[in-house]
Design a protein around this ligand. Sequence first.
Ligand code: 5GP
Length: 294
Amino acid sequence: MYSAAPRPGPRECRSAGALAFPLPKDLPISRRRQIYEGTAKSLYEGPEPGTIIQYFKDDATAFNAQKKGTIQGKGVINNRISEHVFVRLAHIGIPTHFIRRLNMREQLVRQVEIIPLEVVVRNVAAGSISKRLGIEEGEPLPHTLIEYYFKSDELQDPMVAEEHIACFGWANNEEMQDIAAMAIRVNDFMCGMFAAIGIRLVDFKLEFGRIWDGDYARVILADEISPDNCRLWDMTSGEKLDKDRFRRDLGGEEEAYQEVARRLGLLNEDNGPGEVFDLSAHRTKLRGTPKPKK
Ligand code: 5GP
């Protein structure tokens, strides 16, 4: 389904940051060359050419970095959740950059040439669409919407039309067809996966990248999928289990991220995030039930 036709593109970018020779496989992260430092993740050279190590941090920002903070243990949980989702997406045939999780905070991924677009998929009105179009939060949309935003911190990721994408050559038509098809399949799969654990998938953001094979480029899913870039609402209570808790000063963000991991069955595993929090105390806090008196 995802074509591998020759695509025009900045070929010189294809090996940007790639190593001319492999690094020792067990080189500690502190001695690896950092390729990129973001708020939520840092990228380091991987052990082999064409690979990268994604390091998941606890730092969080919102509103174009005007709000900064830390969500304790977030990096560990997002690493596990993202691994879980990417592995399952690969099972249904979505090509992804994920290779394997290395430890609590790191995963090995394929190096890609990032397509400078944030692809937002929406099932229910919330966040920026509610603000922009005056639609009440929680209103189901008549059908799934895909929106594109140009990745630019300076411009605050403006929304763009497919015409802009074609006009400025950020992705060609064929690539856009692949991106839209993958976004819809990811949405279908994740809606089911989260519904099965009592969570409503409101919206989420994806990023894609190109990998080259000679003159041929293929688009694959990159970045991460976690409560940092999804809106996840408890189906019964409507409680927010995602980064909106941080963005909107709702509190309980650590507990919310952990709750998602718990429902996905990702706790109580070796190196899992189970030890990061006292689950029972946080669950009580999340549900707002008073703690029993001693
Ligand atoms: P909105 O456009 O409503 O702010 O965001 C829509 C969805 O995309 C939300 O699930 C949000 O978490 C995600 N999203 C959009 N832009 C970003 C971004 O720059 N960073 C992260 N982490 N998520 C984003």
